[in-house]
Each structure stands twice: as structure tokens, then as C-alpha cells.
Design a protein around this ligand. Structure first.
Ligand code: FHN
Length: 595
């Protein structure tokens, strides 16, 4: 009887724990839960673990790939890799300084690797001795210090936690890592989940709560089933109902997908990695996680740093598509964020000090493509991010129909109004001759009513030519996107052969046309075969290398006939992509054929 009462009591506790996540959440509840994250727009990712000690080198050899993958990439057996924990003594670690670096850059949250794939834990885990206090000389709870600093500076603390674990004996499945065969004695993944992974998650949530996000990863291993994913989602929300969980809680969910239905096991937001979805992910919350160089974990010899301009443009590009930017730093084994990262973050911070209003809590752009930059929005306000300053001092906002109440530079006194003219199919703003900020000057437009934008209609010229430019194209797919920066004015990043480009235009003079295509193709990327189709006909072409991504060449690839007047559609599609990219497509021109 006593036993039965205890069992019943345990069951009630379990059910109560699961209730918040099981009962379906209303849209309003979900919006409330997601609000801080949607407004934040910018966070810091921190990859830190034992891998910062070898820093990309093993037995005097530089190892390729991410620094945090060195255990796998250099085929280091568990027993040998483990020894690194005895050397992990990051005496220069200063949680307060890290948090200040993030805060001064304008970041609102920090996601740190509580445990990466290597299995080493940055806190004193009660279910592991492979952690900072039991296995390393450092003996300080890194997560606790970060949690205190985050609370002090009002930054949300979030944890990245790897499901895949290269160290735990019960997680040593036969398919990885191949060099650790001797360790694979009766691995039992469900025992790993119940007795190790879940207790660790419980520790992280109860000891350091409230957490902002639990960011899972390493979910692609075949043992991690959909059922585990659903169960973990419920478990985590049961422990902290308002927590946010990324999509990688679900098996193989890494990448673009996010939660579209309430309570889905695919988590609360999508996580495109090292990429910005060209059109955002409409209807889904998402966050692009990206590195500043080419590694997540510290590598002493990776100096391929992105420019400040690139990082600011990424932040703005992501915000203009409705996403968040999670920008990574990989601290050294001494506990320092690498100096180039610190410098870059300082520069971003300077820009944010002036312009953060155009980033935080903004909505996506209302324009399809803007030749000079990007747009973010708030009710009644458009923030025009000008990456390429107009040489004639006139900023054209194509297709905007609203009356502009006021226009000014965000970096200026708000009463210093800019002159604005409403033309029939655009708004023109008079701006200073020189760009106040060469990277991105923000022009604020206060408009009357909801934004009304009409897509400019492409019309045939008087001489019969139809000019289809990259900036006017509709790009359908996952990777291809319009780029107008650093000498580029084209549809680039076209690495997915299923992506295609479409133009709609008005024809008033029918007949045969020569199809002229202008594109660039870097060394080693030639050979893609493409089709141009319109009005039920096709011509095909093969991309020739032009030498660089900004060396454009024009080719006449054949004749196409248009038989009807009115709106017509032309598509450029890929037939074959032998290298990693299709081409950078600048334009297609239909020129009436001479007979
Ligand atoms: O394998 C990891 C990688 O090391 C890094 O942590 C990234 C960050 O999103 N995630 C995994 C690959 O998707």
C-alpha cells in the first residue's frame, strides 16, 4: 500500500511537471514567451571547452575543420583526449568582462556551450566527473560565474547542450567516433538519456534559471529519435515553462526548419547555420548562427576574420528578414576572447550605439530587393539601411506609395529633416553628399498608415528591348540572393541547384528575341548548365568561368519568341551544377532579333 501511494505521488509530480508543455499553448501565450527573444535580434554564441587547449593542432599538425571537432578530426582516443582536462586552467577567465564585451556590442543574450560533442562540462555536474570542478585544476564553476555576471548586466543566459557525446560510455554508438572502438562496451543510449543527459539538463535549468534558451545540437545521430525529441521538449518546458528551445531538439532538425505548429517537437525556432536564408523564413522564428572566422572553437592559426562591414551587414540583413544573429566567439584556453573578435565587437558596438533603434524589436522589410541596402520596420516607421550611398545625393525608395511625415538620419538630430518627394512610383529623399557612415547609414522614414509598396512593373522599352535586372528578380529557393555590395550587383550565393530566378514583365511588342545573359563565375566554378524559359520555349547555356565573382561577361545564348502581349514570365533554372555554385547572374536581356 505504502509503495502504491509513493508511485501515485511520483506519477502526479511527473504529470504536473509536464503540464505546461503538454497543454497546447495559445498564440498569445507563445508570443509572450518569445517576445524578449524576438526583440533581442543579436546574441553571442560562445564555444568553449577542452578543444581550446590544442587550439586546432595535434601532434604538431594543423588539423582541418572546426577547432571544437579536433577529437574527431584528429582521431584522438577518449583516454588520450581526456588528459586535456588536467590542463584546463583558464586563469584569465573573467565572466564580467565577457558579458560586458557582449553587452557593449549591443548583444542581448549569450549562448554558451555547457557541453559540446567532446563531453566535457563547464559546470559542476553531479552526474559527471568529467567537468570543470572534478577533472580540471581550475575548480571554478564557469556557468555560475557567467550566470551571476549576466544577471548583473541584464543579459539573458542560455545554454548550448550537445546530445551527441563522444566521451560518455553509454553514448559510444558504433557509428562514431570510429577510432574509439575499444570504448564501445555495451553502450546503452537510453540509459545515457535517462541517467545522464536529462539529469544534466535538470541541473542546468534548476541551478542557473531562469534561462533564456536551451540550444540543443548533435541531434543528427540515429539513436536520437523523434520520440526522444518530443520527450525532451516536454521535459525542459516542464522544468521552466517559459524557456525557449531551438529546433535541434528534434532528430535531424538542424538547419532551416523551425516550429510552425504549437507544441511541435521541432522546437521554437529554426537555426540556419553559417547562412542567411535569402527570404528569411516567413511564419517561423529563426536565428542564423555564424562564426567570425572559420571555426567555432578556438584555433590559434585561423585568421580568416570577416570584416566589420560584413558583420554589420549580416546583422542588418538578418534583421531585415525577421531573424536573429547569433555571432560566435571561441575563447582561448587561458579564458580570453581572441583580440580580433573583441575589436570587431567593439566596432559593432559603436555602430549599435547610434543605430540600435533600427535593429531591436524591428520587423522585416516591406521591399523585395533594395539596390542600395536593406530595410527594417516598426509600426509607422521604415529604417532604410543604406550600404551604398547614392552618388547624386538622391535616395530612391522604389514602389513606396505612403505619404512621408518625416525623414531624418538616425545619427542626426531628429529635427534636422531631409527633403522628401513623392513621385508616382517611388519616394525620393535628398541626402547629404557624403555618407555619414560608410558601412551603413540609417535613414528614418516616418510614414502615414500601413506601408504600401507596389512592385515596380518591368516594361518593354521603346526599341523593344526587355531588360531583366537582378534587383527586380523574384528568387525562389534556399540559398540564392540578391547582392549589391563590393562591386557585386547580381544574384549570388546560388549554391542550391533547385533554386531558380523569375521575372514578370509587360510585353507590348511580340516577336523573336535574342536572349543575352550577363553573369560572373569564379575560377573553378564553371560548367553549370542552365535553362532560360519563357512563353513555353527554352534555350540552354553553359556557364563559362569569367575569372572572378565580379568579372561579368555577356553571352547571346539563342532565340526565344514571345507570341502574346501582356504580362509574361521568364525563368532561369539549373540543369546541372558540377561545382559548388551556379553563377552570379546579373541580368537577362531580350533584344528583338534582327531579321
Ligand atoms: O557540430 C557542431 C559545430 O561544432 C558547432 O557547434 C555548430 C554550431 O551551430 N553546430 C554543430 C554543427 O551543426
Amino acid at each position: 500500500m505504502k509503495n502504491l501511494i509513493i508511485k501515485l505521488f511520483v506519477l502526479i509530480i511527473i504529470i504536473l511537471n509536464c503540464l505546461p508543455a503538454l497543454s497546447s499553448e495559445t498564440k498569445q501565450q507563445r508570443d509572450e514567451r518569445m517576445q524578449w527573444w524576438r526583440e533581442a535580434r543579436f546574441g553571442m554564441f560562445i564555444h568553449w571547452g577542452l578543444y581550446s587547449i590544442p587550439a586546432g593542432e595535434w601532434k604538431e599538425k594543423q588539423i582541418g575543420g572546426g577547432g571544437e571537432w579536433i577529437m574527431e578530426s584528429a582521431r584522438i582516443p577518449v583516454a588520450e583526449y581526456e588528459q586535456l582536462s588536467g590542463q584546463f586552467n583558464p586563469v584569465k577567465f573573467d565572466a564580467d568582462q565577457w558579458v560586458r564585451i557582449a553587452k557593449d556590442a549591443g548583444m542581448k543574450y549569450i549562448v554558451i556551450t555547457s557541453k559540446h560533442h567532446e563531453g566535457f562540462c563547464l559546470w559542476d555536474s553531479k552526474v559527471s566527473r568529467y567537468d570543470i570542478t572534478d577533472a580540471a585544476p581550475f575548480k571554478r564553476d564557469i556557468l555560475k560565474e557567467l550566470s551571476d555576471a549576466c544577471r548583473k548586466h541584464k543579459i539573458k543566459l542560455c545554454f548550448y547542450h550537445s546530445i551527441m557525446d563522444w566521451h560518455h560510455p553509454d553514448a559510444q554508438a558504433p557509428h562514431y567516433p570510429t577510432y574509439n572502438t575499444s570504448q564501445k562496451k555495451n553502450p546503452d543510449f537510453s540509459r545515457y538519456v535517462e541517467n545522464y543527459l536529462k539529469p544534466q539538463i535538470r541541473e542546468l535549468i534548476t541551478n542557473y534559471s531562469p534561462l533564456g534558451v536551451l540550444w540543443f545540437d548533435g541531434e543528427w545521430i540515429p539513436e536520437w529519435t523523434e520520440e526522444y525529441g518530443r520527450d525532451m521538449y516536454r521535459f525542459v518546458r516542464g522544468l521552466q515553462p517559459d524557456i525557449i528551445i531551438n529546433n535541434r531538439v528534434g532528430n535531424g532538425r538542424m538547419g532551416l526548419e523551425g516550429m510552425t505548429e504549437e507544441g511541435s517537437f521541432a522546437g521554437d525556432f529554426g537555426t540556419p547555420e553559417q547562412q542567411i536564408p535569402p527570404r528569411g523564413l516567413p511564419g517561423v522564428d529563426w536565428e542564423s548562427c555564424m562564426t567570425m572566422n572559420d571555426t567555432w572553437g578556438y584555433k590559434s592559426f585561423d585568421n580568416n576574420w570577416k570584416s566589420t562591414q560584413q558583420l554589420i551587414h549580416n546583422l542588418v540583413d538578418i534583421a531585415s528578414k525577421g531573424g536573429n544573429y547569433l555571432l560566435n566567439v571561441g575563447p582561448t584556453s587561458e579564458g580570453l576572447i581572441p583580440q580580433p573578435s573583441v575589436e570587431q565587437l567593439k566596432e559593432i558596438g559603436k555602430w549599435m550605439k547610434v543605430n540600435s533603434e533600427s535593429i531591436y524589436a524591428t520587423g522585416p522589410s516591406v521591399f523585395k530587393n533594395l539596390a542600395w541596402g536593406r530595410c527594417t520596420t516598426k509600426p509607422g516607421t521604415l529604417y532604410l539601411h543604406v550600404f551604398n550611398w547614392p552618388q547624386d545625393g538622391k535616395l530612391q525608395v522604389p514602389g513606396l506609395k505612403n505619404t512621408v511625415k518625416k525623414a531624418y538620419l538616425l545619427s542626426d538630430n531628429r529635427e534636422k529633416k531631409l527633403a522628401v518627394k513623392n513621385l508616382e512610383d517611388s519616394v525620393v529623399i535628398n541626402v547629404p553628399a557624403e555618407a555619414p557612415d560608410k558601412i551603413d547609414t540609417v535613414v528614418v522614414l516616418q510614414i502615414k498608415g500601413e506601408p504600401q509598396v507596389v512592385s515596380p512593373v518591368i516594361t518593354q522599352k521603346a526599341d523593344g528591348v526587355i531588360e531583366l535586372l537582378a534587383k527586380d528578380a523574384e528568387i525562389v529557393g534556399l540559398t540564392a540572393r540578391y547582392e549589391f555590395v563590393d562591386g557585386k550587383d547580381d544574384i549570388g550565393y546560388w549554391t542550391n541547384p533547385a533554386d531558380f530566378v523569375r521575372w514578370s514583365f509587360k510585353v507590348n511588342k511580340t516577336g523573336p528575341f535574342d536572349a543575352l545573359i550577363t553573369y560572373a563565375s569564379d575560377k573553378g566554378t564553371g560548367g553549370s548548365e542552365y535553362i532560360i524559359e519563357t512563353d513555353g520555349q527554352q534555350v540552354t547555356g553553359t556557364v563559362k568561368e569569367t575569372g572572378s565573382w565580379t568579372t561579368y561577361e555577356t553571352e547571346n545564348i539563342g532565340e526565344l519568341s514571345i507570341s502574346k502581349t501582356g504580362v509574361c514570365v521568364l525563368d532561369v533554372k539549373v540543369k546541372k551544377m558540377p561545382s559548388w555554385a551556379v553563377m552570379s547572374l546579373q541580368s537577362v536581356k531580350l533584344v528583338p532579333s534582327e531579321k
